[in-house]
Write a protein that binds this ligand. Structure first.
Ligand SMILES: C[S@@+](CC[C@H](N)C(=O)[O-])C[C@H]1O[C@@H](n2cnc3c(N)ncnc32)[C@H](O)[C@@H]1O
Ligand code: SF4
Length: 371
């Protein structure tokens, strides 16, 4: 490792890959029908954490993602969180992703007792026909029960994930989702556009994504609706009550170093990107014996870092410091984009305007030459 933060890495991601079934749109590293391996996997994750511990400073954020972390069950999650607890900085943000049908009062209470400060609930929609297209197991009632469980347990922050541009989704469906999610009163909402990932079941048909114009309209409708309800549109797909922004995700968008452990987990450490290989059995076999998990390593060269800083930094509603990010490939495009009202430039920073943010991808294609 070269460079990096001398005080140590402050952000930890742990991948917990078990799922009851694979949703048709999902291309994440997921293991279905392997619950038998959860104990061995936890041991391996704890071994990897121990191996990598030297790179960590006091942790500002921890994120247990998946997969379905809640399928690990209360006891294993408590063991994992107990091992992490001594590494936390005061006031650290500790998030656990949860699928609604897996959350109940007992699990929520045990997460609260283990120091979880934030639950991110994958609701996706309140519309049963859209949940069907997405192959989701949970119905809206499950999400509502999960919200109550998290609140009753006193976990300070709740985030909900929703999906837009789902095949067949109308403006009316989106309005219903908006009304429903606002009624649940989460502190934070992530509203992702459904991606038809290569190799996923949904990409093989029979559904096709809505056309670009409808997708753009649905996105704008979601942004306006959540802003009207008092959420800050602080990142292209993320909305927060004041002060409830996800600090862990902010670290990614601000291109900070982070350590990822578990199968398929990615780390960025001092100019190096490491990717743990998928494949549960090889991971489990390697770690308890003290071996490095199967992984690839690549240097993040200056050019890649510059592009990433621009691409990620312009997702936020905060100005990008050009001296920090590096020069844009096409500085002349900045003048044109400013004239068209898509960006603002001030004191060496670039900030996308509201219209620029709605078109961020197209704006960035002008500024940078992506391969
Ligand atoms: C990897 S999932 C893990 C959380 C949990 N298992 C769940 O399904 O809610 C995290 C979030 O990624 C989003 N996601 C997954 N696949 C996606 C896709 N193809 N397009 C857009 N968002 C996706 C979903 O909103 C999901 O809530
Ligand atoms: S979307 Fe979530 S529940 Fe569905 S397969 Fe992916 S990780 Fe598992």
């Amino acid at each position: 490792m070269t460079g990096g933060d001398p005080a140590g890495v402050a952000h930890l991601y742990v991948h917990l890959p078990f799922c009851a079934s694979r949703c048709g749109y999902c291309a994440f590293v997921v293991e279905v029908g392997r619950e038998d391996a959860r104990d061995a996997y936890l041991d391996a994750v704890l071994a990897e954490l121990e191996r990598e511990r030297a790179v960590l400073g006091a942790l500002d954020t921890v994120y247990l993602g998946g997969g379905t972390p809640t399928l690990m069950g209360a006891e294993r999650l408590s063991r994992l969180l107990g091992a992490i607890a001594p590494m936390l900085a005061p006031g650290a943000e500790v998030t656990v992703e949860a699928n609604p049908e897996t959350m109940d009062d007992a699990l929520a209470a045990s997460l609260a007792a283990a120091g979880v400060s934030r639950v991110s609930l994958g609701a996706q929609s309140s519309r049963p026909h859209l949940l069907g297209i997405l192959d989701r197991r949970a119905q809206p009632g499950d999400a509502e029960r999960a919200v109550r469980a998290v609140r009753t347990a006193g976990i300070p922050r709740l985030s909900m994930d929703l999906m837009l541009a789902v095949p067949g989704q109308s403006a009316g469906d989106l309005a219903a989702d908006l009304e429903w999610v606002v009624a649940q009163d989460p502190d934070h909402v992530s509203w992702y556009e459904l991606e038809f990932k290569e190799g996923s079941a949904i990409a093989r048909g029979p559904h096709s994504p809505p056309d670009d114009e409808l997708a753009a309209d649905l996105y704008e409708q979601a942004v306006e609706g959540l802003e009207d309800a008092g959420y800050r549109w602080y990142e292209l797909a993320n909305f927060a009550r004041p002060g409830a922004e996800c600090r862990h995700s902010l670290a990614y968008w601000r291109a900070r170093d982070y350590l990822g452990i578990g199968v398929g987990a990615v780390s960025t450490l001092g100019g190096e990107r490491r990717r743990n290989a998928p494949g549960l059995d090889r991971y489990i076999a390697a770690l308890p014996g003290g071996e490095e998990p199967p992984r690839t390593r690549e240097a993040v060269d200056a050019d890649t870092r510059r592009r990433e800083r621009w691409m990620l930094g312009t997702r936020l509603d905060e100005p990008l410091d050009v001296a920090w990010a590096g020069d844009p490939d096409n500085p002349e495009a900045l003048v044109v984009l400013e004239d068209r009202g898509l960006i603002e430039r001030r004191d060496g920073t670039v900030l996308l305007t509201r219209r620029g943010r709605l078109l961020q991808n197209a704006v960035m294609q002008q500024i940078m030459d992506f391969a």
